[in-house]
Design a protein around this ligand. Structure first.
Ligand SMILES: *Cc1c(COP(=O)(O)O)cnc(C)c1O
Length: 462
């Protein structure tokens, strides 16, 4: 038990690293304590809840078990996965002293930095787990999609470590904008196919209808799924959205919680960017678990791009996870599986749907969502890079934007809030976007209601 007044005696270091003894040995499953659980997946043909066994045709069996687990609050991390985490974790929780000084704010700002590994993002936390379980099942191949490229890179690293074959369908526009990502994936032994491609039926169909398309995550998912379905030694894996991915990402939140307890840091606000929701869901997991049980009153903020405003302007409805309508129906916030974001949008976070766990929590009022414009995001990224030294990923910079906004509010009100944000990765492969910000050619695009309406028209009638 900590005595009152101890707080000021333990000075918080610039970087908090946990020792090997302190690192978490379990993931945290928020679903176990959620009052309203996410709705079940539905079979699109029958509109009945989808049995586990059907999903196991497409996905790794243990991951399906985790996906359907809404009873165990703590799930042990197997030794074989901790072997991998040992190379890349723990990640540091860093006190943004220099940013605080630059902003002249009374707020304390911390960031949990997931960009210290070669893949440059948090995606490795789930990639390692997924490939480990695939290996355990005796599978030999995996397929997946990647948008900005971080997931493909992370998965290629994990497949190299556990020795599995990997084919990555990479959104065509990203493959063009980020040739170096492709090079990294190939170096780790992964095969990269720009999507839509002529290697699958669904890809050929999309190309026929729209030959010049730059692709989308939705298309790439359909292609990767099609390939996995045709080979019994192959499964499809994905890097966000699904409950089991959030579960693996809870390692971020668990480490953060332990670091906070060690130095008696009590967060008032926790901020993360949201694409499919995995890093934000993982970062907040144990804190949200406590909030649901009435043990804290932390203000959580999920930040999304104004050009792909899934939470702030989407509908809470059953939808497909992909453009080709091959996935089960998922109850989530969505812009419609037919939504294709504006091509001027630079960095990640462009998926039409959202994690079912986060969708339910958002629907029930447990956190706030904010949409921000990309020029404002890059302005924040630049400020952050110049004072904290790290070149942040554009995705992560959505969280930086709102952390800065919150810290500036504290400056006005004099409040001494403690803010924690997730800094999900580095921006070395996003220099095209930084270049367009630097030369002033970057623009903002906010879809009109009519444009969003087109996406909503693709929603299945359930
Ligand atoms: C993939 C990615 C994201 C967004 O995905 P989530 O599942 O919402 O976390 C954010 N930041 C980085 C660096 C990423 O690679």
């Amino acid at each position: 038990m900590k005595k009152k007044g101890m707080r000021s005696m333990k000075k918080v270091p610039y970087k908090i690293y946990l020792s090997e003894q302190e690192v978490p040995r379990h993931w945290y499953n928020m679903k176990a304590v959620m009052k309203n659980k996410p709705e079940p997946f539905l079979d699109p043909a029958t509109l009945k809840p989808l049995p586990k066994e059907a999903l196991k045709q497409i996905l790794v069996s243990e991951l399906v078990e985790q996906e359907y687990n809404s009873t165990d609050e703590y799930i042990e991390i197997p030794e074989g996965i901790r072997d991998f985490y040992r190379m890349t974790r723990p990640s540091p929780l860093i006190r943004a002293y220099y940013l605080e000084k630059e902003l002249n704010t009374p707020a304390e700002i911390y960031y949990k930095f997931e960009g210290t590994n070669t893949s440059g993002s948090h995606k490795l936390n789930s990639a390692a787990a997924q490939v480990f379980y695939a290996k355990q099942q005796g599978l030999t191949k995996l397929t997946t999609e990647t948008g900005a490229g971080q997931w493909g890179t992370a998965l290629a690293m994990a497949c190299a470590f556990y020795n599995l074959d990997l084919t990555v369908y990479m959104v065509k526009i990203s493959a063009r904008q980020k040739p170096y990502r492709k090079a990294v994936i190939e170096t780790y032994g992964g095969k990269v196919i720009p999507s839509p491609s002529d290697t699958t039926e669904v890809g050929r169909k999309i190309l026929e209808e729209n030959p010049d398309t730059g692709g989308s995550l939705g298309c790439a998912i359909s292609e990767a799924l099609e390939v996995a379905l045709q080979d019994e030694n192959c499964r499809y894996v994905l890097g966000s959205v699904m409950d089991h991915v959030l579960l693996h990402q809870s390692i971020i939140g668990e480490e953060t919680r332990i670091a906070c307890e060690k130095y008696d840091i009590q967060p008032d606000v926790i901020i993360g960017c949201v694409g499919g929701g995995s890093n934000f869901g993982g970062l907040i997991a144990p804190f949200m678990g406590d909030k649901i049980q009435g043990k804290n009153n932390i203000h959580f903020i999920g930040v999304e791009p104004a050009s792909c405003p899934t939470l702030t302007r989407g509908k809470f409805a059953y939808d497909f996870g992909d453009t080709g309508k091959m996935t089960p129906l998922i109850k989530m916030y969505t812009l419609g599986s037919g939504f294709i974001p504006s091509p001027n949008h630079a960095g990640g976070l462009r998926y039409h749907g959202m994690s079912p766990i986060l969708s339910q929590l958002y629907h029930d009022g447990y956190f706030e969502a904010r949409a921000v414009e990309q020029t404002k995001v890059f302005e924040a990224a630049t400020t952050f890079a110049r004072c904290e030294g790290i070149l942040p990923a554009p995705e992560s910079s959505h969280a930086i934007r709102v952390a800065i906004d919150e810290a500036l509010k504290c400056k006005e009100t004099g409040e001494k809030k403690t803010i924690i944000m997730g800094l999900t990765g580095t921006g070395y492969f996003d220099l095209t976007a930084y270049m367009s910000y630097n030369d002033g050619s970057m623009t903002d695009y906010i879809p009109t209601d009519e444009e969003l309406e087109k996406g909503f028209e693709s929603l299945p009638k359930v």
